[in-house]
Design a protein around this ligand. Structure first.
Ligand SMILES: [Zn+2]
Ligand SMILES: [Zn+2]
Length: 775
């Protein structure tokens, strides 16, 4: 077991800025807060200067950093309003309680406005709440399109808070970046320019994230944590190998159950995180069994907690946990984001949660410190057999000592951007001054939407009246720059956009038993994720697809109890549409550009959950699907005699394929994303490059910046992929290195040795500085 220690660190304190409004200082006094952590005082000053992002550690009192400047504004200006955005409803409720704790009832009137807010309460909230807590989805579909009803809020909007901003990445982040630009645009139409205050978990690019999300520049950064680091023991547990050649290990679940039962016996109040609902159920059963023999009473004090419980059930469990009646709670990441459940002694994370940032947040549950108290705790991690798990487990120091992952998003991803441009046109005619909010290329996109029949160009109204939405096509209109409006004035484009998916083309997923709509999936992915016979996971719960109805765009599913999962067999093809950037590095030609990815799902394999052994292969009859996206590709000279010396031709394809898998496996450590967000293709002859080529592409239509990040950090990607392969003890490749759970070729052919040689050959060439080719 690997072990490390953190802290304890001393707190750095500072007096609250004396310029704060006396009522705010008084409220702090009532709360017994005489001194702030240094970063809180700095954040207040930075917020007065300009937009600010705060990235101090878990439980370092980040809310105080944006609450103080907000309360200050509300005290100085009775009409001022603030908007707080949270990624989940639970977090908004938690923050509403935190605001109420200041006891400034005369000055501060917080209210939650989300899908659960009763209709009859809404008008009053619009009229009088001066802190409106909501989520980006509600802002997008409910508030911005109805800005006239919110005129008073927009006309007095002083502060916008974006808490947990690192959550806004990938597809979701690309949408939210557009929603925030629309927000700034609508606010400007009402004459305000709100101050943006953001917080984020520790990531590699906080300022860049804030800039990309808001479209603002000169963002202030507060990252020097003045709170006392809790004294924390960190332990990494890699289940022992049972078969070295195959790379097989004891199960993470079984190991975790033993550890957790022991922690409970030792009297440590523990929270345990698993990434699937099924895993949560299985683990709590194992722990209860283990405890039942020796101490049945303790077994009763272990409970699972997962999405899908009612609000009532959740509150009850939270209460039992806070009061210390529960010894251990086992959960999916439902609790990850900072809801206050008090101090716990230990946090156990079973299998890698996808990003180091969320691992740290989960660990942060143990030994949380509050002002004047120093926490103590145990933070543990039990590795699974996945490549990312094993790689992380071998190099914790590389990833724990400094933020490595960058939160990636692309607000101009065309499919996403253009949908929001329609929403913006609905909120007010698009015109030349919108470049400030929507970017310099907005008009090119608007022209495309015009030719697609969605927007209509109209001559600008006479400049005499300001900002009205009156339709005016009178021939007397001047030749001033034109504006764009919706072709169908009665439309409501926001209703057609989900902030959680890249493309408006969706397949509905319907539970046949209950008729309930479980969710939806992007059309581009439907064939591979919800084909007939597929085992589909929804919130960690498995379902079996009974029928994929292509005409009605829906998949009918039923709850599934079996012990297999499915992996589709696909034929993939990529055609290069446009080259955007190119450089020579590591002895290869590395390119970035737009491609068209075409996939045909041919069959699926059923595999046993326990040991991944294949059960059978079932043929499917599905038409090809294709979508435009962004990719990097690199060419290994086919004429190169040295290449065939390094990697003999008969293993070349296996070597390329294994290299592609290894690169995709480690890419999430550079760009915060999921392996499932990335696609790949390797071939020893590509029609357009005329040689051996590896493609890595964004798995979402239009692309969201993942391939671009991989292009710019390609050398690192190759270095990590090489370490992943070289350090794995298996002989011929295993799930911990070159095998991929999502391979469309069912992991055939793969050459671990060939990939190792290929990457070694590349890394032996000194990296060249990046030079963008003029195109
Ligand atoms: Zn291996
Ligand atoms: Zn593959």
């Amino acid at each position: 077991m690997g072990e490390a220690r953190e802290g304890p660190g001393r707190a750095r304190l500072a007096a609250p800025p004396s310029e704060l409004h006396p009522d705010v200082l008084e409220a702090l006094g009532r709360l017994g807060i005489e001194r702030l952590y240094s970063h809180q005082a700095e954040a207040v000053r930075s917020a007065w200067e300009g937009p600010t992002i705060i990235t101090t550690g878990t439980a370092s009192g980040k809310s105080m950093c944006f609450n103080l400047p907000t309360l200050d504004v509300l005290c100085r200006d009775r009409r001022a309003r603030a908007l707080y955005l949270y990624p989940t409803k639970a977090l908004a409720r938690d923050q509403a309680r935190a605001l109420a704790a200041f006891g400034m009832t005369k000055r501060v009137r917080p209210a939650i406005y989300d899908g659960d807010t009763p209709r009859e309460a809404r008008a009053e909230i619009r009229r009088s709440a001066n802190v409106v807590l909501t989520n980006p989805d509600m802002l997008h579909v409910g508030i911005l399109p109805n800005h006239a009803a919110w005129a008073d809020l927009f006309a007095n909007l002083a502060v916008v808070v974006l808490d947990e901003a690192h959550v806004y990445r990938g597809v979701f982040g690309s949408h939210v970046a557009n929603v925030l630009r629309r927000l700034r645009r609508v606010a400007a139409a009402y004459g305000t320019e709100p101050r943006f205050l953001l917080t984020s978990a520790t990531i590699a690019n906080p300022v860049e994230l804030a800039e990309r999300l808001t479209g603002l520049d000169e963002i202030g950064l507060i990252d020097e944590d003045g709170s006392p680091a809790p004294s924390r023991r960190i332990a990494m547990w890699n289940p022992p190998l049972t078969d070295e050649a195959l790379g097989a290990r004891r199960s993470a679940l079984g190991e975790a159950a033993e550890l957790l039962a022991q922690l409970v016996r030792d009297g440590a109040r523990t929270i345990c995180f698993m990434n699937s609902r099924k895993g949560v159920e299985v683990l709590s059963r194992l722990v209860k069994q283990d405890l039942a023999d020796s101490d049945p009473e303790l077994a009763e004090r272990v409970a699972p907690y997962r999405a899908g419980y009612t609000a009532q059930q959740r509150r009850e469990l939270e209460g039992r946990l806070t009061r210390g009646e529960l010894a251990a709670v086992i959960t999916t990441d439902a609790l990850e984001l900072g809801i206050d459940i008090g101090d716990l002694d230990a946090a156990l994370v079973v299998t890698f949660p996808g990003t180091v940032a969320s691992l740290r947040q989960m660990w942060g549950r143990a030994g949380r410190s509050s002002v004047g108290r120093r926490g103590k705790g145990l933070a543990m991690y039990v590795a699974g057999e996945d490549a990312l798990d094993q790689f992380f487990c071998r190099h914790p120091e590389d990833f724990l000592d400094r933020p490595v992952e960058a939160a990636i998003l692309d607000h101009e991803s065309p499919l996403i951007y253009r949908r929001h441009l329609l929403c913006a046109a609905h909120e007010g005619p698009l015109s030349a001054q919108d470049a400030e909010f929507l970017g310099p290329r907005w008009e090119a996109h608007a022209e495309l939407l015009q030719s697609a029949g969605e927007l209509r160009r109209r001559p600008r109204e006479r400049p005499a009246h300001g900002g009205g939405e009156r339709e005016d096509d009178s021939p007397g209109a001047t030749l001033a720059p034109s504006t764009y409006v919706l072709r169908r004035p009665g439309g409501y484009p926001a209703a057609d956009i989900s902030l959680r998916s890249a493309s408006p083309e969706q397949f509905a997923i319907v539970d046949v038993a209950s008729g309930e709509l479980l969710g939806s999936t992007e059309a581009a992915r439907a064939h591979s994720t919800v084909h007939q016979g597929a085992i589909y996971l929804h919130l960690g719960q498995p379902y079996e697809v009974r029928e994929l109805d292509l005409d009605r765009r829906r998949a009918l599913v039923a709850p599934f109890e079996g012990d297999w999962y499915t992996q589709p067999k696909r034929e993939t093809d990529t055609s290069i549409v446009r080259l955007l950037d190119r450089r020579e590095t590591l002895g290869v030609t590395l390119s970035f550009g737009e491609v068209n990815a075409t996939e045909t799902v041919l069959a699926y394999q059923r595999k046993r959950v326990g040991d991944h052994s294949p059960l059978d292969l079932v043929a499917l009859d599905l038409p090809p699907t294709s979508f435009p996206t962004q990719a990097l590709w690199f060419e290994l000279g086919s004429e190169d005699p040295e290449l065939s010396e390094t990697v003999p031709l008969d293993t070349l394809l296996g070597a390329l394929h294994a290299t592609e898998h290894a690169q995709i496996a480690v890419l999430p450590l550079i760009a915060m994303c999921d392996r499932w967000d990335i696609g790949g293709l390797s071939t020893n002859f590509h029609e357009q490059t005329h040689g051996p080529t590896i493609f890595i592409y964004d798995g979402h239509p239009g692309g969201i910046g993942i391939a671009r990040a991989a292009f710019s950090r390609f050398e690192e990607l190759c270095g990590d992929a090489h370490r992943l392969i070289a350090e794995c003890p298996c002989s011929g490749g295993c799930p911990s290195c070159v095998q991929s759970p999502k391979c469309g070729n069912l992991n055939e052919p793969l050459s671990k040795a060939g990939a190792r040689l290929l990457l070694e050959r590349m890394l032996a060439v000194r990296p060249q500085p990046a030079i963008a080719a003029p195109l």
